[in-house]
Design a protein around this ligand. Structure first.
Ligand code: AMP
Length: 396
């Protein structure tokens, strides 16, 4: 990585402002998954080891209407959870834009930790308002961006604030950038990419980028249907993006010899878990009224074979409607294949979002080399795009 990190800068006696990604799921004030908080702990400990004056954390949480505080998205429970995880008191500031709050924070000492209220409660955050960024900047002498999951957005708390303070990467940010960029730009080959999920249009740029960088690209999930239709097959009631048919055709041409589509599928007579199902070849037409909801057993074996000599694997997007247990087999099988490959020394990287959730659900998270904390950010990075939150940091 060509950006400075907290290892390249002296934090002793400094007020350190850290943008973290504490956008955790919360139900009724209870955090249901603290993965993102845990993921920031190594950075926070490394900052504390340098004996800063104070550490002030900020993050967005959920999607409140911007500029309108909404108690269900308050960071207060996050501050309490962080205190438990890091084993130190953590203060919370509900009104961070007030002069009184800035004054109070300036008195923090001996590495005291303060969490600010949800950055999206303040007007201008997602528009990268400079006035708001300047107000956030009052909390630090140095800015550390550890929020990889928000790095693809130029917001006041990610990109804007970095213009007012010396800005460096945290350890999670560094780890994410290294794993994801190395996986596609400097991989041990063969590099095999697996892409799934609902829409081709969301992932065209990733498919294109990976077709030029990977040795094989395996396609599953709902997006495969658009390719089947582009090949001239009937797909029944399956999810298809007619507007992306031409794109799918050109990707099929560009991908000859590299792009591998499912050869069979689990079809259902309704979009529900207890629908009637059949396994059919995708070379045959899908009957009217039926829809493909998962990859079939022959595809799982074909994907296993295509992955057998891989040295690096990158995966983004489920192979079927994995939220319904009867259509989760393909996704779970891919998770298991990746876990096995990791055991044999293959570098396996999961690009966040649904595939990360599937691996976690299957209890296989420990057996994957790297699971990204940022779905959108990892996709943009795999596309080869620069992330504004990263560009704003100091060069090495
Ligand atoms: P994405 O956000 O594009 O990664 O898509 C994830 C969503 O794709 C999940 O909610 C899956 O249920 C859905 N999905 C995967 N396969 C299919 C399919 N064959 N038909 C409809 N939806 C699907």
């Amino acid at each position: 990585m060509n950006k400075q990190t907290i290892r390249d800068i002296d934090l002793k006696g400094k007020r350190v402002l850290v943008r973290v990604d504490f956008n955790v799921p919360i139900e009724g004030g209870v955090i249901t998954d603290d993965t993102r908080i845990t993921a920031a702990i190594p950075t926070l400990r490394a900052i504390l080891e340098q004996k800063p004056k104070s550490v002030v954390l900020m993050s967005h949480l959920g999607r409140p209407k911007e500029g309108q505080p909404d108690p269900q998205y308050s960071m207060k429970p996050v501050a309490a959870e962080l205190s438990k995880l890091i084993g130190k008191p953590v203060e919370f500031e509900s009104d961070p834009l007030s002069d009184a709050a800035v004054e109070k924070a300036s008195k923090l000492d001996n590495g005291a930790i303060l969490v600010l209220e949800n950055t999206r409660f303040f007007a201008g955050e997602t528009k990268n308002d400079t006035g708001l960024a300047e107000k956030f900047a009052k909390y630090g002498d140095v800015f550390v961006n550890d929020a990889f999951g928000s790095a693809h957005r130029a917001h006041s708390s990610t990109e804007g604030v970095a213009r007012y303070l010396p800005a460096v990467a945290g350890l999670l940010m560094e780890k994410e950038l290294n794993f994801l960029s190395n996986a596609v730009d400097n991989p041990k080959r063969p590099l095999v990419a697996i892409l799934g999920g609902a829409k081709v249009s969301d992932k065209i740029k990733v498919i294109e980028a990976l077709l030029s960088k990977a040795d094989k690209v395996l396609i599953g999930g709902g997006m495969a249907n658009t390719f089947f239709k582009a090949q001239g097959h009937k797909v029944g009631k399956s999810l298809v993006e007619d507007a992306a048919l031409d794109t799918a055709k050109s990707l099929l041409e560009k991908g000859v010899g590299k792009l591998i589509l499912p050869i069979d599928g689990v079809i259902a007579d309704d979009f529900k878990n207890d629908a009637k199902t059949q396994v059919v070849s995708t070379a045959a037409d899908i009957p009217d009224g039926w829809q493909i909801l998962d990859i079939g057993p022959k595809t799982i074996e074909a994907f296993r074979a295509a992955l057998s000599d891989a040295k690096t694997v990158v995966w983004n997007g489920p192979m079927g409607v994995f939220e319904m247990p009867n259509f989760a087999k393909g996704t779970n099988a891919v998770a298991e294949i990746l876990a096995e490959l990791t055991g044999k020394g293959v570098v396996t990287v999961i690009g966040g979002g649904d595939s990360a959730a599937a691996v976690q659900q299957a209890g296989l998270a420990e057996k994957i080399t790297h699971i990204s904390t940022g779905g959108g950010a990892s996709l943009e990075l795999l596309e080869g795009q620069a992330l504004p939150g990263v560009v704003a940091l100091k060069d090495k």
